[in-house]
Design a protein around this ligand. Structure first.
Ligand code: C2E
Ligand code: MG
Ligand code: MG
Length: 349
């Protein structure tokens, strides 16, 4: 069994190695990454079909490790049946659009005003449980379902934004693009069509792209971001600090908001290293004329540090978790639940 695993792993490694070099297509370098699942006969399955199903399910496990890796099926430790059931449920959820958007306030730190919201998707299971995006977005990307989900998100967001405006609540609305969405060939047309259909001004819509996606292929990313920007949308770089940006690159990209990743914001009030990294990010963004936003602010100490260092915007549990849209109305009209942060998140947009 062990030697069979070793041989399979060696083969997987050879495949990975051969995929490192770019493939030239019409003078353009394409990089392809491969995820592999290894399933063994007869330990894992006794027939070809089950073996293949098992390998496919294991392949999804390998994606959790990273984009170009492989995983070996381990019976017992990993229930491939359950995984495949999950895939079936996800496909069904796409057909029946079993999604909802929650919104997290974006707060101007100096004034405590809620100036915008970020839309965050949840999948509602038939029994009412909410599945968080990290548990199904990567799979949706793999299954080619992300475009459908992404279209739904923009449509819903635009609809909601209009509904708020009818109540005289003016908020910037942001939404997230996963890596594969970002590389869709007709991305900006798709987004703009939805926004125009809903009668929303693109200047009130923020498109969030993670630093990791943007830096995967900076040349192309730069083109796409400029196209989005020229059509009037605002651009935020999400999870900044986790994706190895080249700073000169950042300067050439039309970035409106730099969202500093929560991993740096945590403990910023108490930990010296986090503090100096965040200060450097704030300084950098200021130098480039980009607005700064700290993600995942949880404690008054973190908030205090960020205010003292002139971070412009913030999001986090210290203000509010992502909430259903009705609660955003309540915040806009009367402040935050319980009044604890009522003075912080308040006021009409
Ligand atoms: P993100 O865009 O960086 O969103 C921030 C995540 O941090 C959210 O998790 C939010 O609930 C969480 N968060 C906010 N404040 C705090 C805090 O103070 N403490 C802690 N511990 N967490 C906080 P969520 O909603 O589970 O979303 C996770 C990720 O899934 C998002 O990261 C985003 O990358 C992705 N995502 C969410 N909605 C969508 C969507 O509609 N489409 C796509 N493609 N991706 C989405
Ligand atoms: Mg985001
Ligand atoms: Mg983030």
């Amino acid at each position: 069994m062990d030697s069979a695993v070793a041989r399979a792993e060696a083969a997987a490694q050879r495949v990975q190695d051969s995929m490192v070099a770019p493939i030239m297509v019409d003078g353009t370098e394409l990089y392809v990454s491969v995820s592999m699942g290894i399933s063994l006969f007869p330990q894992d399955a006794k027939d070809a079909n089950s073996l293949q199903r098992n390998a496919e399910a294991t392949m999804y496990e390998s994606k959790k490790i990273g984009p170009a890796s492989y995983a070996v099926s381990s019976r017992g430790a990993f229930d491939s049946g359950a995984k495949l059931q999950f895939v079936t449920r996800l496909r069904k959820a796409v057909d029946t659009q079993r999604w909802t958007l929650h919104y997290q306030p974006v707060v101007e730190l100096a004034t405590g005003r809620m100036v915008g919201v970020e839309a965050l998707i949840r999948w509602i299971e038939p029994d009412g449980t909410m599945v968080p995006p990290n548990e199904f977005i990567p799979l949706a990307e793999e299954l080619g379902l992300i475009e459908l989900i992404g279209d739904w998100v923009v449509r819903e967001l635009v609809f909601q934004s209009q509904a708020w405006r009818e109540l005289d609540i003016a908020l910037e609305v942001g939404f997230n693009l996963s890596p594969r969405q970002f590389w869709q060939p007709d991305l900006s047309d798709r987004i703009l069509r939805r926004i125009a259909d809903g009668g929303v001004d693109p200047a009130h819509v923020v498109v969030e792209v993670t630093e990791g996606s943007a830096m995967m292929d900076p040349d192309r990313a730069q083109e796409i971001l400029w196209e989005l920007h020229r059509s009037g949308l605002r651009i935020a770089i999400d999870d900044f600090g986790t994706g190895y940006s080249s700073l000169s690159r950042l300067r050439e990209m039309p970035v409106d908001v730099l969202k500093i990743d929560r991993s740096f914001v945590s403990n910023v009030g108490t930990d010296e290293q986090s503090a100096s990294i965040v200060s450097a990010f704030l300084e950098l963004a200021r130098g480039l004329g980009i607005a700064t936003l700290a993600e995942g602010i949880e404690t008054p100490e973190e908030l205090d540090f960020l205010r003292r260092h002139d971070c412009m915007l913030g999001q986090g549990f210290v203000f509010s978790k992502p909430v259903p849209p009705e609660e955003i109305v309540a915040y806009a009209l009367g402040g935050v639940r319980g009044g604890t942060f009522g003075a912080v998140v308040a006021g009409r947009g």
